[in-house]
Design a protein. Structure first.
Length: 52
């Protein structure tokens, strides 16, 4: 798997994790776990978008 595909896979996994966590927390977007995973996803997207 190429590095780019790995980053896309990481983003997909984090997105799925975040969606599940939001459901688990009954839509509480301020829950510390939700915020933490959201930050991880944001960082992964930023790394992906910086690729040439």
């Amino acid at each position: 798997m190429s590095e780019m595909n790995g980053k896309i896979c990481e983003i997909d996994v984090l997105r799925d994790k975040l969606e599940g966590l939001i459901k688990e927390k009954h839509g509480n977007l301020l829950d510390s776990e939700v915020v933490s995973v959201s930050k991880e996803l944001n960082e992964a997207i930023n790394r992906y978008s910086k690729e040439p």
